[in-house]
Design a protein around this ligand. Structure first.
Ligand code: SF4
Ligand code: WCC
Ligand code: FE2
Length: 622
């Protein structure tokens, strides 16, 4: 097999890698090769540059230094490093949530033309969760009060975050007793930075416990707020057909690609792409229309709510530009490789950065704010249309794949006929053995999409319903596992249940912040069974994770009681104490733990074994 096949299982990826090589485009895989061998100390989490007495490193073979200049040993250094990864991940999701709350506030004040309250039902329901009196109040007034109340969750005035009330009662008691109940979203991240400053928390156990609390402030705080406010502003997703892979780009249309995370910008771009005067202008320029496609999570946000096609996941972002077919790529933040501007400089593609907090080399910065979004989006689409004339040769080598997305918890419950009972019955009867969340990124250390697709195939073959998000969700969609007739890949029980409901065996639940939808689904199942999340036959996995956000997600899954299997090893092997706590000890603290298994075939076995043991403990197969 050739190098392209070694890097990715996808046909579009392989063909585009060949094209990139011909065009002398450097890709993430080239740069990964150039970094090898990567630093062994860092791989094990044994290097520290927290302070300026360092940088320090601990010798894993016991011959060189065993302590940093300050006296920190391997356990402390590894735990501090992991804590800081989680703080960064939680901060990213939660700040994304904050941006949405700001838009909500501006909508309430009439300062955000083009934005609106789309799901009033959800607005009311979330407002009730916040204890807001909604009687006889106009939606905009409720929105203003809700935005204010949510901002309170970011601060430090509380003993517990508001939305933890959606977790099962047993879980909340467990968090209180373990001392890891999240108090303020910003507070937990800030406290993590404080604790990991030199000379503060030097207990590796207490550091890791706070890391759980920090991650919970993401999952039951910042990310949950991001998802709920996105639904309020842009609509709660419903099952919608869509298409995926690089073939969604169109040879005869103006191609606009949005990349990043926050729907605040991409939703405005979508509106502009549909405006009749701009469509007319595109036609005047000789294009058949304006084709909007997404990448990564902002792509999934548009796919979930509007059936907008997604061109690829994380490792495809450079290759999408190498088609030569993209008139403009607009990015907001997170997972946007700083190499993209360089790739684009070889083609006619115009690269636009849009967020005041995210700049990139080789991109033009055009800042979006709630008050100028609508106008700026129109202006940029006009410029993208102008750019159509500059196009050189294009290469779009594959046909797109059909998929269905849009499975919010609300949509799943409604597909089940209004209550989770039919799903529970199917689980009890053993037709569905359990539910697994497959989430997270791509990483050049793992053959692109191989982890996601293989693991998902093995799980559905064995009657485990898969729910997925983020780049994993895009991977399985590209592999055809979300087509209407994908049930043919499922085991007999899952096939029967999904066939009757008319859903695929792999449900796209959204972007990375939407992992909270999986938590809410798990809570609904636990409540219906009268048990805790940790008692359920469910599991999580991140077969190709790379980002700090993924570490936070994995950690809030585990802290919420979900056994979670990671593909790539996190940088913790320098401390066997930390490894043992995360993979075993946490069972005694939160009723769940991590496992690490880069081979998806073996990861599938771990998950199946776990699900079967939970079924036995619940007496389901007695
Ligand atoms: Fe070295 Fe300690 Fe400073 Fe880390 S905190 S760089 S181990 S002296
Ligand atoms: Ni979420 Fe991972 Fe994709 Fe970025 S977009 S690469 S964090 S899964
Ligand atoms: Fe994401």
């Amino acid at each position: 097999s050739n190098i392209y096949e070694k890097n990715t299982i996808t046909e579009d990826g392989q063909l585009m890698l060949k094209k990139a090589e011909k065009d002398q485009i450097e890709t993430v895989w080239d740069r990964y090769q150039a970094q090898l061998p990567q630093c062994g100390y860092c791989e094990m989490g044994l290097s520290c540059r927290v302070c300026n007495m360092g940088p320090c490193r601990v010798d894993p073979f016991g011959e060189g230094p065993q302590k940093g200049v300050c006296g920190a040993d391997a356990d402390i250094i590894v735990a501090r490093n992991l804590g800081r990864m989680i703080a960064a991940g939680a901060a990213a999701h939660s700040d994304h949530g904050r941006d949405l709350v700001e838009v909500l506030e501006n909508v309430a004040e009439g300062n955000a033309p083009g934005y609106a309250i789309t799901d009033v039902e959800k607005l009311k329901q979330v407002a009730l969760d916040y204890g807001i009196n909604i009687d006889e109040k106009a939606p905009l007034r409720i929105a203003g009060e809700l935005a204010h109340a949510m901002q309170g969750d970011y601060g430090t005035r509380k003993k517990e975050l508001t939305l933890v009330k959606r977790a099962p009662k047993k879980r909340r008691e467990l968090w209180r007793n373990a001392g890891i109940m999240p108090r303020g979203i910003d507070r937990e991240t800030s406290e993590m930075m404080h604790r990991t400053h030199m000379g503060v928390d030097n207990g590796w156990q207490s550091l890791l416990l706070h890391a759980l609390r920090n991650a919970l402030s993401d999952g039951w705080g910042g990310s949950l707020i991001a998802t709920e406010v996105s639904d309020i502003l842009f609509g709660t997703p419903k099952p919608t057909p869509n298409t995926v892979n690089i073939g969604v780009l169109k040879e005869d249309e103006v191609n606009i690609v949005v990349h990043g995370h926050n729907p605040v910008v991409s939703e405005m771009i979508l509106q502009a792409c549909q405006e009749p005067d701009l469509l007319r202008m595109a036609k005047e320029k000789g294009a058949k229309g304006i084709n909007l496609a997404g990448l990564c999570c902002t792509g999934s946000e548009l796919l979930m709510r509007h059936g907008i096609p997604v061109a690829g996941n994380h490792l495809m972002t450079e290759l999408v530009i190498a088609t030569g077919a993209v008139e403009m790529m607009l990015v907001d933040y997170q997972c946007i490789m700083p190499s993209l501007g360089t790739v684009a400089s070889c083609y006619h593609t115009r690269m636009i950065s849009t967020s005041d907090k995210a700049r990139f080399p080789g991109m033009e910065h055009r800042e979006f704010h709630p008050d100028n979004s609508r106008e700026l989006a129109r202006e940029l689409i006009r410029e993208a249309i102008e750019n159509y004339e500059q196009r050189g040769q294009v290469y779009i080598p594959v046909e797109p794949v059909q998929s269905v997305g849009g499975f919010s918890v609300e949509a799943i419950i409604s597909a089940l006929g209004g209550t989770p009972a039919p799903l529970l019955e199917a689980i009890k009867a053993g037709k569905i053995r359990g539910v697994a969340g497959v989430v997270g990124c791509n990483n050049p250390k793992i053959r692109h999409d191989h982890g996601h697709v293989t693991l998902t195939q093995r799980l559905i073959e064995n009657d485990i319903l898969v729910v997925d998000t983020g780049c994993a969700a895009i991977a399985t969609a590209k592999a055809g596992l979300k087509m209407a007739d994908a049930i043919r890949y499922a085991g007999p029980g899952l096939k029967e249940v999904c066939g009757a409901l008319g859903i695929p065996p792999v449900l796209h639940m959204g972007s990375c912040v939407d992992n909270v939808r999986i938590l809410i689904l798990a809570s609904a199942l636990a409540d219906a069974l009268g048990c805790d999340i940790s008692d359920l036959p469910v599991a999580g996995s991140a077969p190709e994770w790379y980002s700090e956000k993924a570490v936070s997600i994995g950690t809030y899954f585990v802290a919420s009681g979900v056994y979670t299997v990671l593909g790539p090893m996190p940088p913790i092997t320098g401390s066997m104490n930390v490894v043992k706590l995360l993979t075993e000890g946490l069972n005694d603290v939160v009723g769940a733990a991590f496992a690490v298994e880069p081979d998806p075939e073996k990861a599938a076995l771990l998950i199946r074994r776990h699900i079967e043991s939970k079924r036995r403990a619940l007496g389901l197969d007695a």
